[in-house]
Ligand binder design. Structure first.
Ligand code: G3I
Length: 321
């Protein structure tokens, strides 16, 4: 029987998964499922600034190397996630009384070092993650405060300087369909392109939490970004239900949602979908208390025992057509 990866390879589609390095080390089934069923990896946390920077002048690349090497050894492409984010900053940041210029130099060096280390091994970078707030305004973060609103331009330029070959992405959630937030992102990226900022694509995370994703709106949204000249990837997909309102046939509905998203992606010319980890037991919804209490914790293609779920077959069938 074909794996998801076989089917995706056959049509040159990228089907990826977020990867947790601890599971990779400790659980052979995790390793085996990830490498046989997917052809791309995204380190779920290991390349974020918090995990990477134990102190101001040091790096700890062990976890990131483990995931990147796993990907390379198994002929998978690698998405680097993420260089600039307001979340998961190092804890020591709180005690650092930096000047704006110090923070700017810190970020520049961080991007140069991290992108440089993985010049040969990371194919695409989420250079900036979640810079737009839910109402469409620019999110105020340490980065916008210190570097000014032009920090996106600088971050993309620094990444391009060290790796001219990697595809550079802007990545966000809640902007999968046509809505206020995706409109704002559209305007933002159009502005960056007009100023010749080196950006290649937009990542739509597609955490479907509680709502039925609207495939027509997703396709239309993908198409308008592609018309700007950007690539579009679905970068962190999962499908969960409101915890107090899980339908009896949740697994079938979940499969339908996955199928519809794959079809919308294919129809609109997107060639990459990444799910946000391999199996339900590793979903962020299981470990994130506030989200975990609000949503059902089984949003992925494989269940806790690595059995293929209806959603798995739905994705595979949609890719086989
Ligand atoms: O690894 C440490 C461990 O050493 C420590 O003992 C433990 C105690 O809290 O924490 C562990 O780190 C946690 C890490 O997940 C690994 O499990 C962090 O606290 C926790 O904050 C972190 O959560 C991650 C979250 O981003 C952080 O905001 C999730 O795994 C990850 O799935 C989630 O991913 C984000 C994307 O990057 C961006 N888009 C939304 C998506 C879902 O929130």
């Amino acid at each position: 029987e074909s794996t998801l990866r076989d089917v995706a390879d056959e049509r040159e589609f990228t089907i990826g998964t977020a990867i947790d390095p601890d599971s990779l080390r400790r659980d052979p089934s995790y390793w085996k499922t990830a490498s046989s069923e997917f052809n791309a990896v995204t380190p779920e946390n290991a390349l974020k600034m918090g995990p990477l920077r134990p102190s101001r002048h040091t790096y700890d690349f062990r976890d990131a190397d483990a995931v990147v090497n796993f990907g390379r050894e198994n002929d998978m492409t690698v998405r680097g996630h993420t260089l600039v984010w307001h979340n998961q900053k190092p804890e020591w940041f709180q005690a650092w009384d930096y000047t704006d210029e110090q923070l700017r130099q810190f970020l520049r060096e961080h991007i140069h070092t991290v992108v440089g280390r993985y010049r040969e091994t990371v194919d695409a970078w989420d250079v900036v993650n979640e810079a737009v707030a839910d109402d469409g305004s620019m999110r105020r973060t340490v980065w916008s405060d210190a570097l000014g609103e032009d920090y996106l331009e600088e971050a993309f330029t620094w990444a391009r300087e060290v790796n001219p070959d990697a595809d550079l992405y802007y990545n966000d959630y809640g902007a999968d369909e046509i809505n206020e937030k995706s409109d704002a992102i559209y305007d933002l990226l159009e502005g960056l392109l007009e100023r010749d900022v080196p950006i290649d694509g937009v990542g739509l995370q597609l955490h479907a939490l509680g709502d039925h994703p609207d495939p027509d709106s997703i396709a239309e949204n993908i198409e308008r970004f592609r018309d700007l000249g950007l690539e579009v990837q679905i970068t962190e997909m999962d499908v969960a239900f409101h915890a107090d309102d899980v339908p009896a046939d949740a697994l079938e509905i979940q499969a339908d949602y996955y199928r519809e998203v794959v079809e919308a992606c294919l129809e609109a010319g997107c060639d990459t979908i990444v799910t946000w980890d391999v199996h339900d037991a590793n979903s962020w919804l299981r470990s994130f208390k506030d989200f975990g209490e609000r949503y059902s914790g089984d949003p992925l293609l494989f269940d806790d025992r690595y059995e293929r779920k209806p959603a798995y077959y739905a994705v595979r069938d949609a890719l086989e057509e």
